[in-house]
Design a binder for this molecule. Sequence first.
Ligand SMILES: NC(=O)C1=CN([C@@H]2O[C@H](COP(=O)(O)OP(=O)(O)OC[C@H]3O[C@@H](n4cnc5c(N)ncnc54)[C@H](OP(=O)(O)O)[C@@H]3O)[C@@H](O)[C@H]2O)[C@@H](O)CC1
Ligand SMILES: [K+]
Length: 215
Amino acid sequence: MEITVDQMYNIENKGHDMGFLKKFMMENAGAAAVKRLVEKLGNVDSKNILIFVGMGNNGGDGLVMARHLAGYGAKVTVMLLGNPENIKTEESNWNWSILEKMPSVKLMTGGSTDFDFKPDVIIDGILGTGISGEIREPYASAINYINKTDCYKFAVDVPSGLDPQTGETANIFTKCDMTVTFHKMKQGIPKRKDLTGELFAEKIGIPPEAEEGIL
Ligand SMILES: NC(=O)C1=CN([C@@H]2O[C@H](COP(=O)(O)OP(=O)(O)OC[C@H]3O[C@@H](n4cnc5c(N)ncnc54)[C@H](OP(=O)(O)O)[C@@H]3O)[C@@H](O)[C@H]2O)[C@@H](O)CC1
Ligand SMILES: [K+]
């Protein structure tokens, strides 16, 4: 069953109000995404994994993935597309502060794309269901870098620039090899398998009762 983005936000908020906090949803989302990625790649030990992280909760999922991938022995670099002080949500900020205590994960901020290494894997945690309008900098440069870099690409929730509700694309958008979306499939995502690559919807522990009155 495919749901709307509005329904997803309402379910998320209802789950949060029941006490299954968005922080727990984010943790389960990041963990499920890493499981699929590691299953696909077989082994990420000492692989260079570059994670682009937006300032919202799509980015937050990417921060959770960074921590899990470090646990699998990957060489993880996180590029936050802004200033840490401007991270939008408590749950995303929570994950950023954990990474600040982890020398095993390299943290970069601001969004420049001249890296001194070639990534084996890029994770697109730039934009998810919160996308609106033309893609602004530094998100645009990050998307362009992803598209011009030849490596395995993984999209968190949805390829950035693809509207998960309508399936329409913004002026620029990523083209990925795998996409993992969360809880239930959003209506627009399966319309662009050419951008999502292999597509999965993973449960993240939201109580089914959180859908009552919404679905
Ligand atoms: N639902 C669930 O159950 C769960 C959802 N989860 C995750 O949350 C995600 C939704 O998070 P979200 O609402 O924070 O929105 P998100 O996609 O991160 O974007 C907002 C940021 O992007 C920016 N921005 C927007 N448009 C832009 C543009 N054109 N060009 C440039 N920037 C633009 C915007 O900036 P602003 O407009 O505020 O200045 C803001 O900073 C969802 O996709 C999933 O991954 C999981 O945690 C698990 C549980
Ligand atoms: K994304």
